[in-house]
Design a protein around this ligand. Structure first.
Ligand code: CAO
Length: 422
């Protein structure tokens, strides 16, 4: 038994934002039917290809535990199949460019007519307004959502982050909206529309920067390094490098081996509650009682000097030794882990967040498993489907097509060419 047992999802998503959402729902037990254009499929299948002829990692890592149905939804028989599928599914998820579903003839009104219990969930770049018709990709969302203007170093260009907060972040928002709508449907008996615009999702993830925007009216942001350096603030939340976002100053510091290893760094936080432990650790016991260093307020204008001193110590340790020394003293620190280290991380493998998956075309590959752990819902990561792998199975088992009727659908070209299917 899984959390979403019995929930059937019609998955019209592609690229990254939508697929992350439906992959999560599939891991939690929903039956996810990915609808793809015959012969073409999700464009990511053939993007950033590393194994010639095989589905790319871009596709396989975002589409685990789904079934693939190829269906031309612009073909008359394809529309008939889609209409029947809408009748049999609980949720339709899509992240087409604005208006694409309406052009296909399956806008919200039509979907409701077919199945009033249907939840129709969409990712779009922007919500209603000036930009609602725009196509949007990850970095556009990071820029339009306030992330880029607040990421990077002071005086340098705005910076996008490696974390896919626009795509995967919005997929997460959408998955939450869908599960809430499913719960509400239990009581109301009705479906509803769920919209997760990427700009809005990024804004949500950047809320502490909007907090700081308002705090600027009360004076300079004392915990930002620029304050300690005497650099005046402008009208908007500035880029703050690697300063920590909260009231506890933190920086990225060099560790042993930094000269040759680009990831030999640690994050180190001078948390007020453990200041005395930090002084002992870095060989500055005199700072414990010195009024210039003893209180957080006194330390603020001296953060550069303090972190430089901490770094003299961290440079003598590997990033893991820093962790080992800090943990028993309750000092918050974290190694800067490379993707290579993440891929090999024993703890992440044990928890199922890093998994190895077998694939008939590409062999074994590493992926990210379900990062959410439910005690009563075991997640088994299954490989992504080949294009149209489950077309016949879905047409017959879910829609009851068989014999001549099934042949009629196949002959119409609605499901494209069928390979290796019983
Ligand atoms: N059968 C027939 N036609 C199909 C089909 C199927 N099974 N599946 C898709 N299509 C058609 C669509 O109907 C659409 O046709 P029209 O333009 O004639 O209406 C067409 O394929 C292309 O769809 P699209 O416009 O969504 O795709 P795109 O490559 O042009 O744009 C993207 C991609 C991501 C920019 C756009 O979908 C978008 O802005 N989505 C919303 C925001 C989003 O999710 N962005 C993040 C993507 S992850 O980085």
């Amino acid at each position: 038994m899984t959390a979403l047992d019995g929930i059937r999802i019609l998955d019209f998503t592609h690229v990254q934002s939508g697929p992350t959402c439906t992959q999560l729902l599939a891991w939690l037990g929903a039956d996810v039917i990915k609808v793809e254009r015959p012969g073409v499929g999700d464009a990511t299948r053939k993007q950033l290809v590393d194994v010639p002829g095989a589905d790319s990692l871009y596709f396989t890592m975002l589409n685990h535990n789904k079934r693939s149905l190829t269906l031309n939804t612009k073909n008359e028989t394809g529309k008939e199949v889609l209409t029947r599928l809408i009748g049999e599914c609980d949720v339709l998820v899509e992240n087409f460019a604005p208006g694409a579903l309406d052009r296909m003839g399956f806008g919200w009104e039509r979907v409701q007519e077919i199945n009033p219990r249907m939840i129709m969930a969409s990712v779009k770049g922007f919500g209603p307004g000036k930009y609602e018709d725009c196509k949007v990709y990850e970095n556009v969302a990071q820029c339009a959502g306030g992330s880029a203007s607040t990421t990077g170093h002071l005086g340098d260009v705005p910076m996008v982050t490696g974390a896919q907060i626009g795509d995967s972040g919005t997929g997460l928002h959408l998955a939450l909206g869908i599960t809430a709508a499913l719960l509400q449907r239990e009581r109301s008996g009705r479906g509803q529309r769920v919209l997760a615009p990427m700009q809005d999702g990024v804004v949500n993830l950047c809320r502490v920067k909007l907090r700081d925007q308002q705090r600027l009216q009360a004076g300079p942001l004392a915990e930002y390094s620029q304050h300690g350096k005497g650099i005046p603030f402008g009208g908007a939340t500035p880029r703050a490098g690697n300063d920590s976002g909260g009231g506890q100053p933190g920086r990225i510091l060099k560790c042993k081996g930094w000269e040759s290893d680009p990831d030999a760094y640690t994050y180190f936080i001078t948390q007020a509650a453990v200041w005395k432990n930090i002084c002992d650790l870095i060989g500055k016991p005199e700072w414990k009682e010195d009024p210039d260093y003893a209180t957080p307020a006194a330390r603020l204008p001296r953060l550069d000097e303090i972190f430089a001193t901490v770094e003299e110590w961290t440079k003598t340790q590997t990033k893991f030794e820093v962790m080992d020394a800090c943990n028993p003293l309750d000092i918050p620190a974290g190694p800067i882990l490379s993707m290579k280290e993440i891929a090999e991380d024993e703890g992440l493998r044990r928890s199922g967040t890093i998994v190895e998956v077998d694939h008939p075309e590409r062999g074994r590959y590493i992926s990210v498993g379900c990062p959410i752990k439910l005690s009563d819902c075991k997640v088994e990561v299954k490989r992504s489907p080949l294009l149209g792998e489950h077309s016949i199975e879905i047409l017959s088992d879910i829609l009851g097509y068989s014999g001549d009727e099934l042949q009629r659908v196949i002959d119409s070209g609605a499901v494209g060419e069928l390979k290796d299917q019983g």
